[in-house]
Design a protein around this ligand. Sequence first.
Ligand SMILES: CC(C)(COP(=O)(O)OP(=O)(O)OC[C@H]1O[C@@H](n2cnc3c(N)ncnc32)[C@H](O)[C@@H]1OP(=O)(O)O)[C@@H](O)C(=O)NCCC(=O)NCCS
Length: 142
Amino acid sequence: MLEFRDLKIEDEQELLVLWKARLTASRSPQWDINLFVSDSNCRGVVLEDKTKGKIAGFGAIIFYQTPMDGLTGTIQEVVVSGEYSGQGWGRKLIEELIAIARQKKAASIWLTSNNKRAEAIHIYLTEGFIKKDTNFFVKELN
Ligand SMILES: CC(C)(COP(=O)(O)OP(=O)(O)OC[C@H]1O[C@@H](n2cnc3c(N)ncnc32)[C@H](O)[C@@H]1OP(=O)(O)O)[C@@H](O)C(=O)NCCC(=O)NCCS
């Protein structure tokens, strides 16, 4: 039985393994999970296999005020474990994050996705996300 629940501090190590296996082996998370779970603008959604007692997926949405769009959410670090992928859970996870943004009365949701992530891009486009042409820039500060 798989269920969505809020992120807990104890999830950190299992998430590290899942991200490394499915998202990026070259980058390490720099978050302070204690700060993340205690910040009302940060929501982490865990997909849990209650029977096996393990994490099957995860997605985060972070809210912030912007000048042009007002309250905006950014979806990050979406992942479904290989054992559970291809069964509709990734789409349900995105829908859960969208529902959270609606409850928060956010005006829009932003996300980025590498072109090689065909399944994710398919889900985003069919869930109503529109691909923008704007470039995405990052300056690392540490
Ligand atoms: C992306 C990810 C979260 C999706 O989770 P999932 O549980 O496998 O997804 P679902 O089963 O809900 O849906 C997969 C969809 O992709 C489609 N799909 C599968 N292979 C595809 C391909 N090569 N090209 C396009 N679409 C594809 C499926 O048909 C399905 O669409 P449908 O609901 O219209 O039938 C999961 O594959 C994952 O963790 N990937 C690695 C990490 C990642 O890419 N994260 C996203 C970062 S932006």
